[in-house]
Design a protein around this ligand. Structure first.
Ligand code: ZN
Ligand code: ZN
Length: 338
């Protein structure tokens, strides 16, 4: 079988890799229905994250179970399943508190940009859909594996409530689906910060009421202007840079909530600034597993269509073009058909 390997900056190759097989009795092997490139894959792709030699890529997946280990009880071959980018037993205290992405047995998934995938801790990680979906539902279901789950966590961690004023910093797939999530949670005003026309229009499609194209201090000033100088109730930071984090904190009202779900790269917070900001901060790797049953249901029943973030669909063997298009911001998110 062939899968995507990252050799170094801007060097993705689709090449022979080992065929996955059951290693632990708690494993499942799934035949991928679709996979994709993640915004977080761009950090190592751009050489902004250290690597130890050639690295197998991909952590967003859904598909049909081909085989399960002898210890797997809750899922079985033939089922269409979705799992998070972080595996979880779903039984340890962290999982029971709803933080499955910090499961004591967590592994971060990789090797998903391939036609077949081994998923550890299958019982706790995988959630079956009500049946095998029609092909046109697959892109939206795939988003639940990470970007929708992460956008949903961003909205939840920022305490989005009915009637709230929400700001979303970041117009990648996660930010756009943070807009969709805030809309689902009843936000009244959703301000998307984006300077990219195609992304602005998708943000409006997902429920954004306002667009702010300024960023940094200018962006903060615009948000304060729009909120009578007070700031927003909930701000979702979906980028992971120093500028976006400070923009999020400064655009939040006193007592408001900031969530941060962009993997931080070089972010440092000043204690004194944090002290006087008077905001709640909550974020981290999204516990996607907590939300999967609800998100699958919303997609399955046609209430949301998050698959619209995939504006590029390629055969899996053209995975390198998927990375290039996202790196050059020609595409929001690239779906890969095995
Ligand atoms: Zn991802
Ligand atoms: Zn656990």
């Amino acid at each position: 079988m062939r899968g995507a390997m990252l050799y170094g900056p801007r060097d993705v190759r689709f090449e022979d890799v080992e065929q996955p097989k059951i290693v632990e009795p708690t494993d499942a092997i799934i035949r991928m229905a679709a996979t994709c490139v993640c915004g977080s894959d761009l950090w190592p792709y751009r050489g902004l994250q250290p690597m130890n030699g050639p690295t197998p890529m991909g952590h967003e997946y859904c598909g049909i179970i081909e085989e399960v280990g002898s210890g797997v009880r809750s899922v079985k071959p033939g089922q269409f399943v979705i799992g998070s980018f972080a595996t979880s037993d779903n039984t340890c205290p962290n999982c029971r508190y709803g933080y499955q992405s910090s499961c004591v047995h967590r592994e971060f998934m990789t090797r998903a940009q391939a036609p077949v995938l081994r998923v550890p801790l299958a019982d706790g990680t995988l959630v079956p859909t009500p049946g095998v979906p029609p092909e046109d539902l697959v892109p939206s279901l795939l988003t639940t594996s990470d970007v929708l789950g992460t956008g949903w966590f961003a909205a939840d961690a920022a305490n989005v409530k009915p009637g709230a004023t929400v700001v979303v910093v970041g117009d990648g797939a996660v930010g756009l689906l943070g807009v969709l999530s805030a809309k689902q949670m009843g936000a009244e005003r959703i301000i998307a910060m984006s300077r990219h026309e195609k992304r602005q229009s998708l943000a409006r499609d997902f429920g954004a009421t306002d667009i702010v194209s300024e960023r940094g201090d200018d962006g903060v000033r615009r948000i304060l202007d729009m909120t009578k100088g007070i700031g927003a109730d909930s701000v979702l930071e979906c980028v992971g840079t120093q500028e976006s984090m400070m923009q999020a904190i400064q655009a939040t009202r006193k007592g408001g909530h900031v969530s941060y779900v962009g993997v931080p790269h070089g972010v440092e917070l000043n204690g004194e600034e944090l002290f006087f900001s008077h905001v709640h901060l909550h974020g981290g790797p999204a516990p996607v597993r907590r939300y999967l049953p609800n998100l699958i249901d919303l997609v399955w029943t046609g209430k949301i269509n998050p698959g619209k973030v995939f504006d590029l669909k390629l055969p899996l063997d053209q995975v390198a073009e998927g990375y290039r298009a996202m790196d050059e911001r020609r595409a929001i998110k690239a779906l890969l058909w095995p």
